[in-house]
Design a protein around this ligand. Structure first.
Ligand code: GUE
Length: 284
C-alpha cells in the first residue's frame, strides 16, 4: 500500500516560506516581486488555472496582475503587449497561459518573452540552458515533480530507471532532462511506443503525463515504484482524475501522487518560487 504524496501539503510549506520572504521585503521597504499572467480568450479550464495562480500570489503577498485579452486579438498586438511587460521594471515574471487561440503562433509568443522574466521556463534559451545544465528557470511542473522526489527522500537517482510517459515540450521532455541531470536512466514513451506497459513496468520512477484518464493500469507498475501523476482529466462522470488508475496502482506503488492535490499545486508553488528568483536576480 503506497504512501499518498500530497503535493498540496508540500506546496503549503513552500508558500509559507515565500510569504515570510514577502513580509521581510515589505518590512525593509523594498519593492515586491510581481507576476503578470496573460490570458487570451475565455477558455474555462484556463480561466480556472489562472485564477488559482492569482489566488496563490495573493495568499503569499506577491504582487500580481491578470491581464485578459480578447480571443480575437492579433498576434502582432499580443507581441506588442508582451514587449511592454518586458520593459516594465515593476514586472518580474511573465506567464502567457497556454493554449493560445489557433490564429496565434505559440512559439513566436513564447520566444518574445524576455528570458530574464521567463518564469514558465518555456523560452528556447531557458530550455537550451536546461539541456546544458546551466542556471536557468526550470518549468514549473517538471520542477515541482523533482521537488516531490526530493521531499520523499528519493533524490539519489543514480542507477534508477525512470520512465516518462508523454513527450510534451512543457512536461515530458523537460522532466526527462531533469531526471537525466540527476543521473537516472530515462526512457520516454509516447503514443507511438510499442509495449508501453512492458517498459513502464520496469520503472523505479514512473511519470504519467499523457492526458488520458486512468490510462496507467496497475499491471504496468512495478511493485514499490514511485508514481507521479501529472494528468488533469475529466472522467465520464466529469470528475477530475489523473492519468493513473489511482485506486488500483496505490496497492502496488511505494509512493503515489493523487489528482487533485498532487502535482498541480506544486506547479503553482514553483511558479511563485521562480518569480521570486527572477526578482532576486534583477535586484541583485
Ligand atoms: N503558460 C502556461 N503555464 C502553465 O503552467 C500552464 C499553462 N500555461 N497552461 C495550462 C497548464 C495547466 N496548469 C495547472 C496548474 C495548476 C493546477 C492545479 O493547481 N490543479 C489543482 C486543482 C485543479 C482543479 O480543481 O481544477 C490540483 O491538481 O489539485 C492545474 C493545472 C498549468 N499550466
Amino acid at each position: 500500500m503506497a504512501e499518498i504524496v500530497y503535493g498540496s501539503e508540500i506546496a503549503k510549506k513552500i508558500k509559507a516560506k515565500l510569504a515570510a520572504k514577502m513580509q521581510a521585503l515589505k518590512q525593509e521597504g523594498k519593492r515586491l516581486p510581481k507576476l503578470c499572467v496573460v490570458l487570451v480568450g475565455n477558455h474555462p479550464a484556463s480561466l480556472s488555472y489562472v485564477t488559482g495562480k492569482e489566488k496563490a500570489c495573493r495568499e503569499i503577498g506577491m504582487e500580481n496582475d491578470l491581464i485578459r485579452l480578447p480571443q480575437d486579438i492579433s498576434e502582432k498586438a499580443l507581441l506588442d503587449f508582451i514587449q511592454k511587460l518586458n520593459v516594465d521594471d515593476a514586472v518580474d515574471g511573465i506567464l502567457v497561459q497556454l493554449p493560445l487561440p489557433a490564429h496565434i503562433d505559440e512559439h513566436k509568443v513564447l520566444f518574445a518573452i524576455d528570458p530574464a522574466k521567463d518564469v514558465d521556463g518555456f523560452h528556447p534559451i531557458s530550455l537550451g540552458k536546461l539541456m546544458l545544465q546551466e542556471d536557468t528557470f526550470i518549468s514549473c511542473t517538471p520542477k515541482g515533480i523533482m521537488r516531490i522526489l526530493e521531499e520523499i527522500g528519493y533524490d539519489d537517482l543514480s542507477g534508477k530507471k525512470a520512465v516518462v510517459v508523454g513527450r510534451s515540450n512543457i512536461v515530458g521532455k523537460p522532466v526527462a532532462q531533469l531526471l537525466m541531470n540527476k543521473h537516472a536512466t530515462v526512457t520516454v514513451c509516447h503514443s507511438r511506443t510499442k509495449n508501453v506497459e512492458e517498459i513502464a513496468a520496469q520503472a523505479d520512477i514512473l511519470i504519467a503525463a499523457i492526458g488520458k484518464p486512468r490510462y496507467i493500469h496497475a499491471s504496468w507498475v512495478k511493485e514499490g515504484a514511485v508514481v507521479i501523476d501529472v494528468g488533469i482529466n475529466r472522467d465520464e462522470n466529469n470528475k477530475l482524475c489523473g492519468d493513473v488508475d489511482f485506486e488500483a496502482v496505490k496497492e502496488k506503488a511505494a509512493y503515489i501522487t493523487p489528482v487533485p492535490k498532487g502535482v498541480g499545486p506544486m506547479t503553482i508553488a514553483m511558479l511563485l518560487e521562480n518569480t521570486l528568483e527572477a526578482y532576486e536576480k534583477k535586484e541583485g
